[in-house]
Design a protein around this ligand. Structure first.
Ligand SMILES: Cc1cc2nc3c(=O)[nH]c(=O)nc-3n(C[C@H](O)[C@H](O)[C@H](O)COP(=O)(O)OP(=O)(O)OC[C@H]3O[C@@H](n4cnc5c(N)ncnc54)[C@H](O)[C@@H]3O)c2cc1C
Length: 543
């Protein structure tokens, strides 16, 4: 390990470990490495902690995980002291919670804010990482841990003239810290993914007019959020152990796990009754609590998709608008399902218009609004709800070079290759939390973050106890895991659909199609990681 001394004259400051990102992953990894007595530095682009919940301040931003299934489980004190006010908390409350955790453990003292890591180069001779920031500083560390987030690299659309607009415009994940007044404003919004849905349903009643530019409709499902009063919070708190145990056993580490029955083995009456029951339940029940074959058998998926189409038609007054809101290129749940509260009803309001950009092309952003093939639309505010360069985007924005000067971008040009989604050969002592091919990518994410961090902390402790200086995934282990990731995906219908799961982003046409997530399920992933550790970190070269 590096000496814990922080500065040697003019030479770069040295740490045992550098962590990139101060979201849920970076905060918890910092906490655990401090417990090992290591010197740790965290770099964070934002001005404070929170990651996703620091950046995404747009109106309507909230959980689609139950609040009490999402929060950290590692500290009894935090569990005892924090109360949630809603089953699916909104962004301000989530950010307050994360600040409460950061205050409690004095995490900020090891985090350097307003600092973006630009590059990280592995120095083979000295077995350390050299990390350069946009502040012109250089740091060295023995270990480098990326906690850069699966949905943190904001992606703007490639429309000409974006800088010409004279009104206010925002990407949803770079929302201002001050409230935006929508009263009587003419608002245009581009994008109808999970974020767009939350914004649209929230501001439709506040704006003068809202014009929604939609390219890819999504199947959305009702969230059924509710307040939590003191008495209910007491009952929920008593069930924390049960909830965490439940998350450990379900495929996606949510409270909702699939029903053991197959869609086609029950009668139509029974099937529809079950769909209705799930549709009336909160959260991801309809997505992740459905029949076991919903995402592996096309016929099964078609049945649920038909049910969801009918629900949309029932909720929209104008049948032409309803058909525009129904996806035609994928079945229900084959993309991440946006959760909604009166989203579809927003389109029944006179002040809300829907423009399908497959029929009407956006030609450019102008000084006063958006020009289309069918005319100009004037706006006071334009909102870009165009999402992220998902899973790999934040890593791609850092110049990372490993053994022999090979860059991570070059190595992953045809898609990531990883072992367990935590390492890639040629980049010793570099680890990814919620990396591609990690179960955390298809997960109630903090449950998997905690698993990732605990496992990695165990590996680091093992290195220290066994006097190992270098840990690197072997090529064989990486090949086998990457093949397993693709094989697991092929057993599902997910690769049949273009989505960020498949590294498809129509604003980044150069991206290669490849499956980025891990769909073998949380329980198998955890078992595999535990077995690897029990066998002396099998598949990793430790020197
Ligand atoms: C709007 C929204 C809602 C979501 N809701 C849910 C939900 O209900 N349930 C769920 O399971 N998941 C949800 N997610 C996914 C969410 O990203 C994860 O739950 C979780 O917050 C990820 O935490 P993280 O710490 O890994 O990454 P993040 O929270 O994304 O934090 C990464 C941090 O790294 C920083 N960073 C990145 N690159 C650099 C660099 N080069 N230098 C310095 N800093 C850098 C970023 O600024 C960011 O602050 C949601 C995501 C979004 C966008």
């Amino acid at each position: 390990m590096e000496p814990a001394g922080k500065n040697n004259g003019n030479s770069p400051q040295r740490y045992d470990a550098i962590i990139i990102g101060a979201g849920i992953s970076g905060m918890f990894q910092l906490y655990r490495l401090r417990e090992l007595g290591m010197s740790v530095k965290v770099f964070e682009t934002g001005t404070n902690i929170g990651g996703t919940w620091y950046w995404n301040r747009y109106p309507g931003a909230r959980f689609d995980s139950e609040s009490y299934s999402y929060h950290y489980s590692f500290s009894e004190e935090v569990l005892d002291e924090w109360d949630w006010s809603e089953h699916f908390a909104a962004q301000p409350e989530i950010l307050r919670y994360l600040n409460f955790v950061a205050d409690k453990f004095d995490l900020r003292s090891d985090i350097q804010f307003r600092t973006r890591v630009k590059s990280a180069n592995y120095d083979e001779q000295n077995n350390h990482w050299e990390v350069c920031t946009d502040q012109g500083e250089t740091f060295r560390s023995h270990l480098l841990i990326s906690a850069t987030g699966p949905l943190s690299a904001a992606q703007m659309p490639s429309i000409p003239g974006i800088d010409d607009f004279q009104g206010a415009s925002f990407h949803t994940s770079q929302w201002p810290h001050e409230p935006v007044d929508f009263t009587n404003k003419r608002v245009g919004i581009i994008g109808t993914g999970a974020t767009g849905v939350q914004v649209i349903q929230t501001i439709a009643s506040q704006v003068g007019s809202l014009t929604v530019f939609q390219r890819d409709p999504n199947y959305c499902a009702p969230l059924h959020n509710r307040k939590i009063d003191k008495a209910e919070m007491k009952e929920i708190r008593a069930k924390y152990p049960e909830y965490f145990a439940r998350c450990d056993e379900t495929f996606g580490s949510f409270l909702h796990g699939s029903d053991p029955r197959m869609s086609l083995e029950v009668s139509e009456e029974e099937r529809l009754a079950f769909f209705e029951e799930l549709y009336a339940m909160p959260g991801f029940a309809i997505w992740l609590g459905n029949f076991a074959d919903t995402f592996t058998d096309q016929k099964a998926n078609d049945l649920l998709t038909e049910f969801m189409k009918q629900k949309i038609r029932e909720r929209i007054n104008d049948p032409v608008v309803a058909e525009k809101l129904i996806p035609t290129d994928h079945g229900f749940g084959l993309r991440r399902v946006p959760m909604e509260t009166n989203y579809y009803e927003a389109y029944n309001q006179d002040n809300v218009d829907l423009i399908d950009v497959n029929e009407v092309t956006i030609t450019r952003i102008t000084q006063t609004g958006i020009s289309t093939s069918e005319g100009d639309h004037e706006f006071d505010i334009i909102i870009y709800a165009t999402g992220f360069n998902a899973v790999v985007g934040a890593l791609e924005r850092i110049e990372i070079t490993g053994v022999g000067g090979q860059s991570l971008k070059e190595k992953w040009a045809d898609g990531p290759r990883t072992y367990l989604g935590v390492q890639t050969n040629g980049f010793p002592n570099f680890f990814t939390i919620v990396g591609p091919h990690n179960a955390a990518t298809f997960c109630n994410i903090p449950r998997c973050i905690e698993q990732n961090v605990e496992w990695l902390t165990g590996a680091i402790k093992y290195m220290r106890d066994n006097r190992c200086e270098r840990m690197e995934a072997s090529v064989d282990a990486e090949d086998a895991w990457t093949k397993h990731v693709f094989d697991a995906a092929q057993e599902t219908l997910f690769p049949t659909v273009d989505s960020w799961f498949m590294n498809v982003n129509r604003n980044l046409p150069e991206k290669k199609k490849t499956f980025l997530l891990y769909t073998g399920g949380g329980p198998y992933y955890r078992e595999k990681c535990e077995a690897v550790a029990a066998n002396g970190y099998e598949g990793f070269a430790l020197e």
